[in-house]
Design a binder for this molecule. Structure first.
Ligand SMILES: Cc1cc2nc3c(=O)[nH]c(=O)nc-3n(C[C@H](O)[C@H](O)[C@H](O)COP(=O)(O)OP(=O)(O)OC[C@H]3O[C@@H](n4cnc5c(N)ncnc54)[C@H](O)[C@@H]3O)c2cc1C
Length: 377
């Protein structure tokens, strides 16, 4: 295997690493703040990394995209902002790029890729979290339109979004084949976005419920074919479970660098704390976790680019990266001790931002289920 990067890949990585350092500090943000910072992310190309150039994106394959997203996570400590942008790209834009018809792609993708529009992906419901077969939002065909009714929850970006990718049941009798995916304008009559959640992590990314009350969506806004929604969602998850999680590789790399520096600078009992094996070995494990997660994630992206990935590969990469991100943030919190809880280091915030990685894009338990299934269990 060739582990080297081309000049183009490395230049893209380095440019984003430098630019991401200027994206600003994390903190609770109003939807208007997100839109303002979105423009800076778009200027770095982050809103359209994996979108084909003819649709206004950078045209990167999955491996290059992961390399660049890692650079963003390493440079920008605001994981909420990075989560907002990558959820937009991988769970909203890419399903339309890969499954939308030509007219829909040309209508909406360029504006999403260049950051003019913000996208949000709405599948989760109060009674349908891990079990996405339990969706209750319905879409009934009527007069060239679909009429949507139901409520989605935990929709990241919704308070600021222009376009919502919505999964609704069009034929309850068909189960997996009875779900359809829609690209819905946020200002469609009958679409109501709730107040932003008061959430303790990834604060720069606002999330809310979205309610549909007899919302009429043109049939031309069906993504793919009616009944393909569940398959489209599963296919979008391969982007999210790999390339979005590359942001956490960046966070792990940043925390490891900071841990090394802190272990050398901080003195107790007359010597740097790095002289204690309990401290230096903890940092050695942080580095090991970063390298193993990166190898697994890059290998999975490489398989994706060759069309040779399986659900097992994707689940292994997501599970190991999410669990590594949490353990590494925990280790950094232990190592920085009291200073982890100051806004100067923001280490405790990094832990808070790592924790939901175990939950969104399918929980760690669900990834283990997929791995077990892939092993024939
Ligand atoms: C920060 C964040 C952002 C999010 N953004 C979005 C978004 O943009 N759009 C969107 O639609 N959703 C979003 N979600 C929702 C997310 O997808 C769900 O939280 C996730 O799918 C889990 O669903 P749940 O919370 O209902 O947990 P549940 O499904 O109720 O699970 C509860 C617990 O039971 C376990 N469990 C459930 N079923 C099984 C099983 N079969 N085997 C083993 N264990 C099981 C789970 O692992 C978990 O530990 C987001 C969530 C978070 C935290």
């Amino acid at each position: 295997m060739d582990f080297s990067w081309t000049e183009r890949q490395q230049a893209a990585h380095d440019r984003v690493l430098a630019g991401a350092r200027a994206l600003g500090a994390p903190g609770p943000a109003a939807p208007a703040d997100l839109r303002e910072r979105w423009a800076a992310c778009a200027a770095l190309g982050l809103t359209g990394l994996s979108v084909p150039e003819e649709l206004g994106g950078q045209g990167y394959d999955a491996l290059t995209t992961a390399h660049v997203v890692e650079a963003a996570g390493r440079g920008c400590p605001d994981m909420g902002l990075l989560f907002a942008v990558t959820a937009h790209l991988f769970a909203t834009v890419m399903p339309i790029v890969e499954h939308g018809d030509k007219a829909l792609r040309e209508e909406v993708v360029p504006r999403l890729a260049d950051g003019t529009w913000i996208g949000a992906n709405a599948i989760t419901e109060q009674e349908a979290g891990s079990d996405v077969t339990a969706l209750r939002t319905t879409a009934v065909r009527h007069d060239g339109h679909y009429v949507l009714n139901g409520t989605k929850t935990f929709v990241s970006n919704a308070p600021a979004a222009d376009l919502l990718l919505v999964y609704a049941v069009t034929d309850p009798a068909f189960g997996f084949l009875g779900v359809t995916c829609f690209a819905v304008d946020r200002d469609t009559p009958g679409v109501t976005v709730g107040a932003p959640f008061d959430k303790p992590t990834l604060d720069s990314c606002p999330a809310a419920t979205v309610t549909f009350t007899d919302a009429r969506v043109p049939a031309s806004r069906v993504v793919g074919q009616p009944g393909q929604g569940a398959a489209i969602f599963q296919s979008s998850m391969r982007w999210e479970r790999t390339c979005l999680f590359a942001g956490y590789l960046g966070q792990m790399a940043r925390l490891t660098d900071e841990a090394v520096q802190h272990a050398l600078d901080r003195r107790q009992f007359g010597h740097p704390i790095a002289a204690n094996q309990a401290v230096s070995h903890r940092i050695a494990d942080m580095r090991l976790r970063l390298e193993t997660a990166r190898l697994l994630l890059h290998r999975t992206c490489w398989l994706m680019d060759r069309g040779e990935h399986t659900p097992l590969d994707i689940a292994l990469a997501k599970l190991h990266t999410a669990e590594s991100a949490v353990q590494t943030a925990l280790d950094a919190t232990q190592l920085f001790a009291g200073s982890a809880y100051s806004t100067r280091t923001d280490i405790a915030r990094a832990l808070g931002d790592a924790l939901p990685a175990r939950t969104f894009s399918g929980t760690s338990d669900i990834q283990r289920e997929l791995i077990a299934k892939g092993l024939g269990l």
